[in-house]
Design a protein around this ligand. Structure first.
Ligand SMILES: Cc1cc2nc3c(=O)[nH]c(=O)nc-3n(C[C@H](O)[C@H](O)[C@H](O)COP(=O)(O)O)c2cc1C
Length: 212
C-alpha cells in the first residue's frame, strides 16, 4: 500500500506531547463519527491479542468507548466467549489499531477487567440498539459446535430486529471489557521517513522516540 507523498520528514515538525494527544484524539474521533459512514476512520475496529494456556489468540472487535484523560478504552463481547476466559486467566493483552488513511498503527498494551453483572455493563447495555443486542440473543456459546450453520441469534428472527423488550433477554450474555492502557506504541509510515514513539503510563509516565 503506497504511503502518502510528502517531501518533508513529519518527525521534524511534531513533538512527543502533541503526537500523544493527537493519537488519543484520533481514537476519540472514531466514536464521534457516524457508524454507517463508509469513510469511518480505521480505528473503529481493533485486533485484541491475548495469551492462552498453550499460546496466543487474536480477534477483531469494535471500539466502544475511550477515556483519553484516564487512558482507558472499552469493548463489548459475549460473556460466554473463549476470550473472556483468556482475559480472566491472563489480563494483560495487546490492542492493535491500523488507520489506512493516516497510515498510523497504534499498539496498546493493556490490563483487562471484565464487567458483566454490574452497573458498568448496565450502562453500556443502555447505549446499544436492537441490531447490536441481537448478537447477544444466541442460545449457544460462541465457538460451540453446531449441527449446521447457525446465525448467532434465534433463527425465527431472520433479518428482523428484536423489539427492545425481546432484546432484554440478551443482557445476561453481555459483557464489557475495560482496558487500562499501560503503554501506547505509535508508528506512522511515510516515504519521507517513518515516525515511531513510545508513550508509557504505568508504572510511571514517560515518552520517547524510537527507531522504527
Ligand atoms: C469487523 C468485526 C467486528 C467484530 N466485533 C466484535 C466485537 O465488538 N465483540 C466481539 O466479541 N466480537 C466481535 N467480532 C467477532 C470476533 O472477531 C470473534 O470472532 C468472536 O468474538 C469470537 O472470538 P473468541 O473465540 O476469541 O472469543 C467482530 C468481528 C469482526 C470481523
Amino acid at each position: 500500500m503506497p504511503a502518502p507523498e510528502t517531501s518533508v520528514y513529519p518527525g521534524l515538525s511534531v513533538t512527543l506531547p502533541t503526537l500523544e494527544q493527537t493519537s488519543w484524539q484520533q481514537l476519540v474521533t472514531v466514536l464521534e463519527s457516524n457508524p454507517d459512514e463508509t469513510t469511518a476512520p480505521g480505528f473503529k475496529t481493533m485486533i485484541v491479542a491475548s495469551r492462552t494456556a498453550t499460546g496466543a489468540d487474536a480477534r477483531t472487535v469494535v471500539l466502544r468507548k475511550v477515556d483519553a484523560d484516564r487512558k482507558y478504552v472499552w469493548f463489548h463481547t459475549d460473556v460466554r466467549a473463549a476470550k473472556v476466559m483468556q482475559f480472566e486467566a491472563f489480563p494483560d493483552c495487546t490492542l492493535l489499531f491500523w488507520d489506512e488513511k493516516s497510515q498510523v498503527q497504534l499498539r496498546l498494551t493493556v490490563e483487562t477487567r471484565l464487567h458483566s453483572n454490574d452497573y458498568v455493563a448496565d450502562e453500556h447495555w443502555q447505549t446499544i440498539g436492537p441490531g447490536n443486542r441481537k448478537n447477544y440473543l444466541s442460545e449457544y456459546r460462541p465457538g460451540s459446535g453446531q449441527p449446521g450453520p447457525y446465525p448467532g441469534f434465534p433463527t425465527h428472527l431472520g433479518a428482523d430486529l428484536p423489539t427492545i423488550d425481546e432484546s432484554e433477554a440478551g443482557r445476561v450474555n453481555f459483557a464489557v471489557i475495560e482496558c487500562r492502557v499501560l503503554t501506547m506504541d505509535y508508528l506512522q509510515l511515510n516515504r519521507s521517513g517513518q515516525v515511531r514513539a513510545l508513550f508509557q503510563y504505568e508504572p510511571d509516565s514517560k515518552m520517547a522516540w524510537l527507531a522504527p
